[in-house]
Design a binder for this molecule. Structure first.
Ligand code: GLN
Length: 284
């Protein structure tokens, strides 16, 4: 086998992925960076460096899995969120850049310095850990129903050494004490079970339990909205991510439940992405 150079390996892989991925050359770079344990600059500084046989074989194996549709995050086992490197596996949703809008919104709220925060359905721990990294004095509780997700989030927490987060197993509020939170955040499953996108792209490899909900995707959003008011302090905030077409109905539901100051925030693509609401004393 003739050794390939970095540049040759990348261009061959990009060609191989062109039909199945919209991000073929980026995918190839991320995979090769992982195998060589080098950054992107290295790939472009040393294009003529030959790969070892082992590196070449590992790379080809990864690229053929990507060609079969496996998400890059699963192949390299990691995804960055809020500049934090998070371990990722098939037990949870892969963190999305759009969810950073929710983090940014939460960080901009006027909360007490030692705010108590709850993250429902934490998955990799992305939201809770991002908040913890910015607000060391917040006391954050993160829960997930899936025990493998809890383990993954705990591993991420240990790697990042963020000690102000408690991660535990709970089916939404079932194992959460009725302690009062200043803020409850969630990126729950909200995709309609019939959505045709579920048969396309990376989502095929993510657990449905993290993606879909009954009632056209509203079941968990509404459930959380209904129960959260019993767990919030007076004037506490609820902040949930949702689908870009779910804003109007969710705002109506929150208002009907008695929440105040209901407001939807758009993501970087200008789509409605998360909705903030405030609980008043009188609705509890
Ligand atoms: N935004 C994700 C997607 O479109 C879904 C995330 C979720 O269900 N919470 O694939």
């Amino acid at each position: 086998m003739l050794p390939l150079t970095i540049a040759q390996a990348l261009s061959r892989a990009s060609e191989q992925l062109a039909r199945t991925s919209d991000t073929a050359s980026l995918d190839a770079e991320v995979c090769l960076q992982h195998i060589l344990n080098k950054n992107r600059t290295y790939l472009y500084t040393w294009p003529d460096k030959a790969l070892s046989e082992h590196e070449q074989n590992s790379f080809e194996e990864m690229i053929s899995k990507r060609a079969q549709g496996h998400p890059v995050a699963h192949l390299v086992g990691e995804r960055e969120f809020w500049s934090l490197p998070l371990l990722v596996n098939a037990t949870t949703l892969i963190p999305r850049p759009d969810t950073e809008v929710l983090v940014e919104t939460a960080l901009n709220l006027a909360l007490p310095g030692n705010a108590k925060v709850l993250d429902l359905g934490t998955g990799t721990g992305a939201i809770a850990l991002a908040l913890a990294s910015e607000k060391p004095d917040w006391q954050i509780t993160a829960i997930d129903k899936v025990s493998d997700a809890v383990k993954l989030a705990q591993t991420n927490q240990q790697r990042l050494e963020l000690n102000n987060v408690t991660i535990k197993q709970s089916d939404w509020f079932s194992a959460v004490k009725a302690q009062a939170f200043d803020l409850i955040v969630s990126n729950p499953p909200y995709i309609d079970e019939q959505d045709e996108h579920l048969a396309q792209g990376d989502v095929r490899f993510e657990p449905l339990s993290a993606l879909t909900a009954p009632d056209e995707g509203f079941a968990d959003l509404f459930h959380i909205a209904d129960i959260a008011k019993n767990y919030l302090k007076p004037n506490g905030y609820l902040l949930m991510e949702h689908g870009y077409q779910q804003g109007l109905l969710l705002r109506q539901q929150l208002e009907q439940l008695g929440y105040l100051q209901v407001k939807t925030i758009k993501d970087f693509g200008n789509n409605e992405r998360c909705t903030l609401a405030r609980v008043s004393d009188s609705i509890r």
